[in-house]
Design a protein around this ligand. Structure first.
Ligand code: NAD
Length: 419
């Protein structure tokens, strides 16, 4: 349940998962000390003039967990529940995620504690520009490259790119990814996370010999990642029978009409009230009988209280950290096949990498090139994680962490300890 999300410390979960992977890899203590914790943390106070003329103070963070394999990379989240520990956890996961898909980035993350739903576009622009100038010494195309996360979007990235470029005196599109196409964004970036979830889910179905046609899909969090994954699965013949967002859940046994639901969400800003579907509660949504469950909202959505009620065969973690370690153990005992977050949702950072490459080269690719390369990266990573899962008889989560942590460990051993 997302209510529990606030109570469970995501950073403790990240550290626990690191230890499990490090133990399985037999990693030396010195190496653990060098790669486990964030390299750099910046906390900023952001005074912003609101539309009513008054100044309001916000708190923001930027965390660089690792720059061992390349510049730090990771999104910026605007949400009322953002805390430093949450940002540290998300930055840590980014490091292992970039390792899993083998792209030359480390991990970073940023966040501002705010409620964007209660803010106007002007206020959001002021906040974003002030936040950008506050974290400016830390970011840059060779240092640390932000991207969108929950409640930030291509427009937010455009403001960051502009603020950074104005202070430099020349345009620097490579400072952020997930930008609008007109500013050097990549074709296929907006749907990359959902598309990556789609590819890994297809791989999981293939592995389990589970027919895609008519497979029932339930998605919690009908935002960028969740709605696009659901729509692609719908296109592949699945039946998306339930979907939710922060305002409610909708259900239709025969399958929700995905393109229509996406339009409804676009026009009304919510899934609830969608004609041709009945409302259900968020508890019922997670208990819905289905083949594929996609948690695509926030951390700790599936915990020890609700995990035993999950009836899915596959859980595709589009969100970061949606399943707690206790829930992991319950799902494992129920033989639910888990596609862990750092593998499942790595499509976003992979196409961010493609975008950064295109910006640096000033040479842009066709969308089909992006999809083909993404599919290759996701299927390779899935195969590598699955092999570790089988060879070492560890869970899919531990296998993914072993792959990611192992790549960072290899890099730090080669670099050595400075000075
Ligand atoms: P988004 O803001 O586009 O969508 C989030 C959705 O979750 C919204 O529809 C919101 O209404 C819904 N939501 C919030 N609280 C909820 C609740 N209590 N119950 C049900 N739904 C709820 O964000 P997004 O970019 O799709 O990110 C979703 C998750 O995917 C996050 O965990 C994020 O870190 C992860 N992720 C996103 C990307 C990306 O490129 N967008 C990449 C990797 C991981």
């Amino acid at each position: 349940m997302l209510a529990a999300a606030v109570e469970k410390n995501a950073y403790d979960v990240a550290l626990e998962n690191f230890d499990i992977a490090a133990d399985a890899l037999g990693l030396e203590t010195d190496v653990r000390e060098m790669i486990k914790y964030p390299e750099r943390i910046l906390m900023v106070t952001l005074p912003v003039r609101m539309d009513n003329g008054h100044v309001r103070r916000f708190e923001g963070y930027r965390v660089q967990h690792s720059t061992v394999r390349g510049p730090a990379k990771g999104g910026i989240r605007y949400h009322p529940n953002v805390t430093l520990d949450e940002v540290k956890a998300l930055a840590t996961w980014m490091t292992w995620k970039c390792g899993v898909v083998n792209i030359p980035f480390g991990g970073g993350k940023g966040g501002v504690t705010c409620n964007p739903k209660d803010m106007t576009m002007t206020e959001l622009e002021h906040l974003t520009r002030r936040y950008t100038s506050a974290i400016l010494p830390m970011i840059g195309p060779k240092q640390d490259i932000p991207a969108p996360d929950v409640y930030t979007n291509p427009q937010t990235m455009a403001w960051i790119m502009d603020t950074y470029s104005m202070t430099k005196g020349y345009p620097v599109p490579g400072v952020v990814t997930g930008k609008p196409i007109a500013l050097g964004g990549s074709l296929g970036r907006n749907e990359a996370t959902g598309r990556g979830v789609f590819y890994t889910t297809l791989s999981a179905c293939e592995h389990l010999h589970l027919p895609v046609k008519d497979a029932r899909v339930v998605v919690q969090g009908f935002g960028n990642a969740g709605s696009i994954a659901a729509n692609l699965l719908h296109g592949a013949g699945c039946r998306v029978i339930a979907a939710s967002d922060s305002t409610g859940c909708v259900y239709n046994r025969a399958g929700l009409d995905m393109p229509k639901l996406m339009l409804h969400k676009e026009h009304t800003g919510r899934v609830s009230g969608f004609p041709g579907a009945e409302p259900i509660t968020s508890k019922e949504l997670l208990r819905t009988e289905c083949e594929i469950l996609i948690p695509a909202a926030l951390e700790n959505a599936i915990d020890e209280d609700n995990a035993s009620g999950v009836k899915a065969k596959i859980i595709a973690e589009a969100a970061n950290g949606p399943v707690t370690p206790e829930a992991d153990r319950i799902l494992e005992s129920k033989r639910v096949f888990l596609i862990p977050d750092i593998l499942c949702n790595a499509g976003g950072v992979t196409v961010s990498y493609f975008e950064w490459v295109q910006d640096e080269q000033h040479l842009f690719w066709e969308s089909q090139d992006v999809y083909n390369r993404l599919e290759r990266v996701m299927k390779t990573a899935f195969g590598e994680v699955l092999k570790i899962h089988k060879d070492h008889r560890v869970t899919m989560r531990t296998a993914a962490n072993m792959l990611g942590v192992g790549r960072v460990a290899e890099a730090i051993k080669l670099r050595g300890l400075y000075p």
